[in-house]
Design a protein around this ligand. Structure first.
Ligand code: FUB
Length: 440
């Protein structure tokens, strides 16, 4: 079998980020950061599809952007399988955060250490010299954790001192981290002055003022509230609600400035309609003259481009589906335009197989499928070298021959032209036009 490879230009058809902004897989609890490379990164938790509840949340993905509109899935950075001290049954990889200090990225995540999960929360730390790959678990922070204590967030202040916040079950705690970023200087203290704190603490600083944002307890419809202080560890002055319910039972967000503009990252359930299949969104966040936050307007458009779109990867390779192997009820079809596509991928057991995919030197590669579907929400299952990357969402393109759909994920490839990609119909009628393999 021959696989066609040709260079192409990929044009972003999005003029705004759209909401949800991450659609290929389900993601929640976005912690966004701008690092020295000039890009903005989202560290997100992952909801498994089909929905199996928050208890089986298994791993974290990172996404990066230089313009707020085009986001690259940088791939999985940590899974519960990587946590040697963790709950034996895995799961419970809940809302994380990342901090940078002295040349190292510190990825903080809540995870139970025992089968009795809600009594045994710990805050784990994985480190890397890179923002979105090669993280290695370093264990958990001594002295932190216990009943319902989740959702760590870390701020490295202008004087280089670092503070951690976390909490749940109506308790929010904060404390200073030691220089090693892996231990606490003087333990944690209660954050005083918050009203109706539930979880999802996030701290940022603007014009010398510290802001602590969090999810409240409104039943099945949490909102986001905030408080401010002149000191990183409070006491705090409660300021109000700035994100009304998103329609999802949980709410969780982060506030970040990028290229002079402030944004709120949060999640909703707009794609799935299910509270444990969530999707990350972005909208503008604005301040009043007195420093208070205006209520965030939740939009479908998302935010506009800020900066140049990413350049086309010169190593990009396109594999035309006309050259792949097709099994089951799928077939290769010639359209009137002369375009060859794989159609009827929805048939049970049908799949397409690409052999001999070149992984270059090996490592991470973005896999992007170009598709058409008139289903509101179709799905395909992707396996690479027998590793199951599970379901990818394919949102409606408005027509069975409208090949404007894009769904992608970053996977690991072996070195050389020995990789195998298998795409199986997951749900709904969908046709594929091409697959793009782009080493990162
Ligand atoms: O995603 C799991 C949990 O749901 C998070 O830790 C909470 O903040 C809530 O979003």
């Amino acid at each position: 079998m021959t696989i066609n490879k040709r260079d192409v230009l990929v044009e972003s058809k999005k003029s705004t980020s759209l909401n949800p902004v991450i659609t290929s897989i389900y993601t929640a609890d976005p912690s966004a950061h701008v690092w020295n490379d000039g890009k903005i990164y989202i560290y997100a938790s992952h909801d498994m599809d089909p929905a199996r509840g928050c208890d089986l949340m298994d791993k974290y993905h990172v996404f990066s952007s230089q313009d707020m509109v085009n986001w690259l899935d940088e791939g999985e950075i940590l899974s519960s399988d990587d946590v040697s001290w963790g709950r034996p049954e895995g799961g419970f990889m809940w809302a994380p955060d990342c901090a940078y200090k002295n040349g190292t990225y510190y990825f903080y995540y809540p995870h139970p250490s025992d089968s009795n999960w809600n009594d045994s929360w710990k805050i784990g730390v994985a480190t890397s010299k890179k923002p979105a790959s090669d993280f290695t678990d370093q264990g958990y922070i001594p002295g932190l954790g216990g009943f319902a204590l989740i959702d760590p967030c870390v701020i490295v202040d202008e004087d280089d001192r670092a503070y951690m916040y976390y909490g749940g079950g109506s308790t929010c705690l904060g404390g200073e981290l030691c220089e090693d970023m892996l231990s606490l200087k003087n333990g944690m203290t209660q954050m005083e002055g918050l009203e109706d704190f539930h979880e999802a603490a996030w701290v940022f600083k603007r014009k010398g003022l510290y802001y602590l944002t969090y999810a409240d307890n409104l039943e099945d419809n949490n909102r986001m509230r905030y408080a401010t202080s002149d000191n990183p560890l409070g006491p705090w002055t409660y300021r109000g609600i700035f994100l009304e319910p998103t329609g999802c039972s949980t709410t969780h967000g982060s506030v970040v400035e990028f290229k002079g503009q402030w944004y709120l990252f949060y999640h909703n359930q707009a794609i799935s309609g299910e509270g444990n299949l969530r999707s990350v969104c972005i909208d503008y966040l604005e301040f009043n003259d007195d420093g208070t936050i205006k209520t965030v307007i939740q939009t479908k458009e998302g935010v506009s481009s800020i900066g140049a779109a990413p350049e086309v990867n010169p190593q990009l390779k396109v594999y035309a589906v006309g050259d792949c192997l097709v099994f089951g009820g799928s077939e290769i079809q010639m359209l009137e335009s002369g375009q060859k596509v794989v159609s009827h991928l929805q048939t049970e057991g049908s799949y397409v197989l690409f052999n001999n995919i070149d992984g270059g030197e090996g490592g991470r590669a973005s896999i992007e499928l170009h598709y058409a579907t008139s289903e509101r929400l179709a799905k395909v299952n992707l396996c690479v070298n027998d590793k199951d990357y599970s379901l990818l969402n394919a949102l409606s393109t408005g027509g069975e021959q409208e090949f404007s759909g894009r769904t992608n994920i970053t996977v690991n490839l072996l070195p050389g032209a020995i990789n195998t990609l298998k795409i199986t119909g997951g749900h709904g009628e969908i046709s594929l036009e091409s697959i793009i393999v782009s080493p990162i």
